[in-house]
Design a protein around this ligand. Sequence first.
Ligand SMILES: Cc1cc2nc3c(=O)[nH]c(=O)nc-3n(C[C@H](O)[C@H](O)[C@H](O)COP(=O)(O)OP(=O)(O)OC[C@H]3O[C@@H](n4cnc5c(N)ncnc54)[C@H](O)[C@@H]3O)c2cc1C
Length: 525
Amino acid sequence: MGKNQNESIEISVSPADLYNEELILSKAASKLKVSASDIQEVKIIRRSVDARPRRPVYRLRVKAIMDREEQDSAPGFMPQIVNSERKVLIIGAGPAGYFAALECIQQGLTPMIIERGKDVQARRRDLRAIQQFGEVNPDSNYCFGEGGAGTYSDGKLYTRSHKRGNIERILRILVEHGAHQDILIDAHPHIGSNKLPAIIRQIRENIIACGGQVLFQHRVVDFVMEAKRCMGAMVSIEGGAPVDIIADAVILATGHSARDIFELCIKHDISLEAKDFALGVRIEHPQALIDQIQYNQRKREENLPASSYSLACQVSGVGVFSFCMCPGGLIVPAATSPGEMVVNGMSLSKRDSPYANAGTVVEISQAYLAEEGFTGVLAGVDYQRSIEQAIFEAGDGSQRAPAQRLTDFVSHQLSGDDMSSSYIPGVYAAPMHELLPDYISQKLREAILAFESKMKGYLTEEAVIVGLESRTSSPIRIPRDKDSLMSPGIQRLFPCGEGAGYAGGILSAAMDGINVARKVSKHLA
Ligand SMILES: Cc1cc2nc3c(=O)[nH]c(=O)nc-3n(C[C@H](O)[C@H](O)[C@H](O)COP(=O)(O)OP(=O)(O)OC[C@H]3O[C@@H](n4cnc5c(N)ncnc54)[C@H](O)[C@@H]3O)c2cc1C
C-alpha cells in the first residue's frame, strides 16, 4: 500500500454521478488497486467537464487519503492588527486595491483605501438607475464602486498569468471570505454577481478589523507631488472641496476606465505608454443552442454547467476573438459617463439565464489608430470614446443598445425589432455593420464566418449582436521600474492592476495587488 499513499489520480464519472461518493471511492480504489476500505477519504482536487466524448463526462483528479497525515493548506490570509506608522494610500477598491490592502496587512503596513464609488450595497441603486432610467453616475456604475469592475460581473476566476503569483492562495482567500469551496477544484471556477458583493463586503470588514481604512465616495482629483515624489492624493469627498491625504506610499489601482487618472499622469509627467487593446460587440445566443453544439444535448443533463466557448481567428493578420464569455448570463450597460454606449457581460452563480453572451472583439493596434488619425499616448482612449459616443448618439438618448441578428449583420440587412436579448434596458434594431467602423465590421464579419466553420450552428438568426464592447482591457500602460515596481522617476508611486496595464481580469488584478504591496513593504523597510 505504501507507494500509493495519498497519491493523486484521475477518474471519470458521468454528470449524474458527480456527487456519488461511493462510486468515486470504488473507482479510486480500483485505479489504485487497493481495497476501498483502505481509503479513509477521497478528496477531489480538480474537476473539469470533458465535452469531447459523445456524452460529456467529468474528469476528476482525486487524492485517495489512506493515512490522514494530510495537513490542511495554510490559510490564504492571516488577520493581524496593524498599528503601523507606515501608511499606504491605495487608490481604487477593485480586486487589485483590495488584495494589495490584504497583503499590506500581512506585511504589517496600514492600508488606507479610497474609492470614488459607493459600497457594494449602495452601488446597487445606481446600477438600477442605469438599467431602468438610463442614468449613468460617473462615480458609481458597473465599473466604479466597491469591488471595482469585477463586482457585478460573471466572477470568472481564471487567468493565463500563472507565473505571476499564487492563484491557489487568492482562491483560498476568496473562500475564507465566503466563496464556495468549489472554486478551489473547478478547472474554470466562477462566483457569480449575486455572491460577489457579500464576499467583497467581508474582505472590507476584515481590512477594517485589522486596522485598515476604507473610504467611499472619495475621488482622487489630483496627486500631491513634491519634487518627483508622490506624497499622496488630493481627494474630493462626496463631491465636496478637495482635501490632501498624505501617505508613505501610493498604490494607484484605478482600473481601465479611469480616464481622468490618465490625464493626471500626463499633467505630472508620470510616464504612460499606449498599448494595444480590442474592441467589438457582444454576441448573444440562446444558451440551449450553445449546449446543443457543445454537449450535443438540447436539454442539458443534470449537474452539467451551462456550456461555454472560446473562439479566435486571424483576419488579414489581425486577431479577432471571443472574450469574457458569460454562459447563462446577461448583457449589462457598462458606460462610466453619460453619453456613452458600452456593454459587458455578467452572470449569477447558477448561470441559469436562457442566454449565453460573449464579447467578440478585434485587436486595435497603434498603426491602425494612426491611420484613423488617432495619435499620441491617449490615442486608444480617444478612439474608444469616439465610438462609444457615436453609437450612443445613434440611439434615442437612453441606454437602449443597438442590435442586429447575427445573420443580418453578415448579410448587411437591418433586422426587425423582434429580437430577444437579456439586456435589461432593451435593444433596438440598428445597422451594426454601418454603425461600427468598417475595419471592425469587416473583420467581425469574416471572423463570424470562420467561427461558424469551427462551431457549426454558431451563425444563426437566433443570435444577436449588441454593441459596443469597448472596455476589454486598458489602452494605456503606466510603466513601472522592473525591480521596485514604482513609476520610473516618480518615487513612492506604485501603478497597479488593470488600469496600469498589468492585469486583464479579477485574478490577475488581485495577483498584481499582492505583488505591488510586497514591493511597497520592501521600499518602506
Ligand atoms: C461587467 C464586467 C464583467 C466582468 N467580468 C469579469 C469576469 O467574469 N472575470 C474576470 O476575471 N474579469 C471580469 N471583468 C474584468 C475585471 O472586472 C477587471 O479586470 C478587474 O476588476 C480589474 O481590477 P482592478 O482592481 O485593476 O480595477 P477595477 O476593478 O477597475 O477597480 C478600479 C477601482 O478604482 C476606482 N477609481 C477609479 N478612478 C478613481 C479615482 N479617481 N479616485 C478613487 N477611485 C477611483 C474605481 O471606482 C474602481 O472601483 C469584468 C468587467 C466588467 C466591467
